[in-house]
Design a protein around this ligand. Structure first.
Ligand code: CU
Length: 127
């Protein structure tokens, strides 16, 4: 093995270690909360069931949208950049997100006309 090769190997593993250190280092402060899975039914009557979700700041939410109808539905929270679109009739889609600030957030279906027809709900994030 030439010394050049050894150097290359050393440099390579240093880089890997650096990357590992970067990706495992979180931003710190927030306590680790166990996540919750929320099953939300989307209905062709332009309703979600349930239409209220309760969570805590820093608690990961795994949202499962179960489309019980035949129309395409979606789940969008603009303020949290959550967008789960094009869930076809009788299909299921899912997304995960973690609210970082307490508050009340509106979620809605962005299939044209559905929000106006009342397809909205509320996510309550407690401190
Ligand atoms: Cu919809």
């Amino acid at each position: 093995m030439s010394s050049k090769t050894i150097l290359r190997i050393l440099f390579g593993s240093a880089l890997v270690l650096l990357l590992a250190a970067c990706s495992s280092g979180g931003s710190g402060a927030s306590p680790t909360l166990s996540g919750q899975t929320v099953n939300l039914n989307a209905l062709d009557t332009f309703r979600y069931d349930p239409n209220t979700i309760t969570a805590k700041v820093g608690q990961p939410i795994h949202l499962v949208l179960v489309n019980q109808g035949n129309l395409e539905h979606s789940f969008v929270i603009d303020a949290l950049n959550v967008k789960l679109e094009h869930v076809q009739g009788k299909a299921t889609g899912d997304t995960s997100f973690t609210p970082t600030a307490a508050g009340t957030y509106v979620f809605y279906c962005d299939t044209p006309g559905h929000k106006d027809a009342g397809m909205t709900g509320t996510l309550v994030v407690n401190p």
